[in-house]
Design a protein around this ligand. Structure first.
Ligand SMILES: C[S@@+](CC[C@H](N)C(=O)[O-])C[C@H]1O[C@@H](n2cnc3c(N)ncnc32)[C@H](O)[C@@H]1O
Length: 236
């Protein structure tokens, strides 16, 4: 259902509970997605009537599976999903937003600045598999709608500290992907892969996540690159 005057889905009743002090930022982010995000092709025009429910609330609804006070890397963040809603809902998180496409990176930098998140969110321009120098040793690597699990495992594990968590937002395929990609998870040093369903308080259906832990042995860390991958904006 949309607000007849703007075509943008009205704010759902759960938004206040989910975003708390970040609600004003969430409203501003929805506005940015509905305007610059659509104009620049980051969000399809047909998405405006479900920006809150399908994108912004859905992204932040995973909040309960993220430990407190951790550093998160969101790989393939696109227009900032799930990283920006998570940062808005959880002021204790520091979030690196990793994206390979330049025009998305430009939007992300503008959004992070406009939302006053520069102290906690970094925009990192590069491919997930080549940002180890900027983003490595993270506590959590997350992603949403980016790649099959075997590829996410290979990209995410080298960015995690031992004991860190992969939290990949997945749909109905989650359980099948764990079975299908067991060898890739193993090669990446990711153990205990399981499906977690979360966020049913705020979104229906609840969000399905694959959670796995980087083992202490882990995969061999790629050698440090001599040149940093393209560009990143510093925090603060
Ligand atoms: C389908 S979009 C999903 C974007 C966002 N996570 C969401 O849920 O709306 C996938 C995004 O991943 C980015 N991407 C694909 N491969 C990548 C890689 N290896 N490293 C970084 N970003 C990548 C694409 O440019 C695109 O923005």
């Amino acid at each position: 259902m949309t607000d007849g005057s703007t075509g943008v889905e009205p704010e759902p009743a759960v938004a206040g509970d989910l975003f708390g002090t970040g609600l004003a930022g969430a409203r501003q982010y929805v506005e940015l997605l509905a305007t610059a995000g659509v104009e620049r092709g980051l969000i399809g025009p047909r998405e405006t009537d479900r920006l809150w429910s399908r994108h912004v609330v859905n992204s932040a609804a995973v909040t309960e599976v993220f430990p407190a006070d951790v550093r998160v890397v969101d790989i393939g963040t696109g227009a900032g999903l799930p990283g920006i809603p998570l940062a808005l809902a959880r002021p204790d998180l520091r979030v690196d937003l990793v994206e390979t496409l330049e025009r998305r990176v430009v939007f992300l930098r503008e959004a992070v600045e406009a939302l006053g998140l520069t102290g906690r969110c970094r925009v990192v321009h590069g491919r997930a598999e080549s940002v180890i120098d900027e983003c490595g040793e993270a506590d959590v690597v997350t992603s949403r709608a980016v790649a099959p699990l075997h590829r996410l495992a290979g990209w995410s594990a080298p960015l995690l500290r031992a004991g860190g968590l992969l939290l990949a937002m997945k749909g109905q395929s989650a359980a099948d992907e764990i079975v299908r990609d067991a060898a890739a998870l193993d090669r990446a040093g990711l153990v205990g892969a399981e499906v977690v369903t979360t966020g049913g308080r705020w979104t229906d259906p609840a969000v399905t996540i694959v959670r796995a832990t980087r083992s202490a042995g882990g995969p061999p860390r790629p050698r440090s690159r001599t040149r940093p991958s393209r560009r990143s904006t510093g925090r603060g």
